[in-house]
Design a protein around this ligand. Structure first.
Ligand code: SF4
Length: 413
């Protein structure tokens, strides 16, 4: 292993995803998977360990009732392509029987607009799955209606990105009549039903001149502290700040739209730092401020090569997949991309479909070249992919793998 590889592996030992996969319920699966690939190239799909992914992103719908300026899924919104609901439930059931542990109900559209949202969430909880929901806040009544079935360890996160209603309206362009204050006012109702799971306020920090797909993004960096106060006042458990990311023209990778050499940089960083200081003053035992690593790096002017440079094989396509009305995919980055497709939207609904997805997944693990396809993609799974590479090259290390037992089980990948 060269030095760069060693560094990546060293980082992986402290990376969350590797730790999550070492939990007692999933460690045997990791070992089986590593032994399969360590035994040499084997393209027989029946030889691949007989499991569904540990975790999926579930896009319930492509419909959305907002038209956010910063949406990365614009091209796939409101396509009027739907699940057959019973086939969706059959897929979830089969995956749970084959080892699925968690579902992040997210993207592509607004999940609460799915007509059978409540039934689907309750069905997944009855299957014993961990469930999280990422929503735009317009369906908080529906979230309150299923709050009783969520558990500690499940979570809900609302993408709100503003501290005042005029900014909220300008950024999110809701197609329905709704205000930021109305959305936030539902959180105490949700908490009154069940306070065991966390509810977060998500805030993408934007600045003047930020743009994506030739569209200028509304600036919100002056409202970070105001948003934190609003979140705290309405019983959110935390607010999470992350920088706006744009798409690189060269390869569509998500990148920060601001460099330290930019003449706007000093001014923008000063404002964001001041806002973060004010927001931090609001932290206490029941309310936290989270900053993502890339926001911290933006503020220090560091340029990271971390999470860039993938191994040839992406192992996470076996452990984490995307189920959307458009099909089954290997990665959130390749939602709706033919070269990332593992199967149809009902690929997991019956034994025949399951065999088909396994067949494609076996080929993809061998043939999807992440080094090339994901060149320069800032991939959250970079460390865990390199960790697998190391184990496959050195399978004797499997015996020394110690199960990781966190205070709270967490299978979200
Ligand atoms: S971006 Fe990362 S997780 Fe997605 S396919 Fe590429 S290497 Fe795998």
């Amino acid at each position: 292993m060269n030095t760069a590889e060693k560094q990546k592996v060293a980082l992986s030992s402290i990376h969350d995803f590797a730790a999550k996969l070492r939990q007692p319920d999933t460690l045997p699966r990791v070992k089986e998977y590593v032994k399969w690939l360590a035994s040499g190239e084997n393209r027989n799909p029946e030889a691949m360990p007989d499991f569904a992914p540990v975790s999926i992103n579930l896009d319930l719908t492509t419909a959305c009732n907002y038209a956010c300026d910063h949406c990365v899924d614009k091209e796939i919104l409101n396509l009027n392509i739907r699940y057959d609901h019973q086939r969706l439930l059959d897929s979830l059931q089969l995956m749970a029987e084959k080892g699925l542990k968690s579902v992040i109900v997210i993207g592509g559209g607004e999940p609460t607009t799915y007509p059978k949202f409540e039934q689907t969430i309750r069905f997944m909880k009855k299957l014993g799955l961990q469930v999280s929901i990422v929503s735009n806040g317009a369906g908080n009544k529906k979230i309150a209606s299923i709050a009783d079935c969520l558990d500690k360890g499940d979570w809900v996160r609302l993408s709100l990105d503003s501290g005042t209603d005029p900014t909220f309206q300008a950024m999110h362009l809701p197609k329905i009549k709704i205000t930021l204050e109305e959305i936030c006012a539902h959180i105490p109702d949700i908490k009154a039903v069940n306070s065991s799971f966390k509810v977060g306020f998500s805030y993408i920090v934007t600045w003047q001149g930020a743009h994506i797909f030739d569209e200028n993004i509304v600036e919100n960096m002056h409202e970070m502290a105001e948003a934190a106060a609003l979140a705290k006042q309405n019983q959110f458990d935390y607010i999470a700040f992350k920088p706006f990311l744009t798409r690189a023209e060269i390869n569509n990778a998500e990148i920060i739209d601001l460099e330290a050499s930019d003449k706007r940089y000093q001014k923008i960083v000063k404002v964001i730092s001041e806002q973060l200081d004010k927001a931090s003053a609001l932290e206490d035992g029941s309310f936290k401020i989270h900053r993502t690593t890339n926001l911290k790096m933006l503020l220090t002017g560091e340029k990271s090569t971390d999470n860039i440079g993938q191994p040839q094989r992406c192992h996470m396509q076996f452990f984490r997949q995307i189920l959307s009305p458009l099909g089954t995919y290997n990665c959130p980055v390749y939602r709706n991309q033919p070269h990332g497709q593992l199967g149809e939207k009902d690929g997991y609904a019956d034994a025949k479909g399951y065999a088909g997805v396994r067949d494609t997944c076996t080929s993809m693990i061998h043939d999807f070249n992440a080094t090339k396809e994901c060149e320069n993609v800032t991939c959250l799974y970079n460390h865990v992919n390199w960790w697998f590479e190391d184990l496959i090259k050195n399978p004797e290390k499997l015996d020394a793998l110690i199960p990781h037992t966190p205070e709270e089980e967490d299978y979200f990948l």
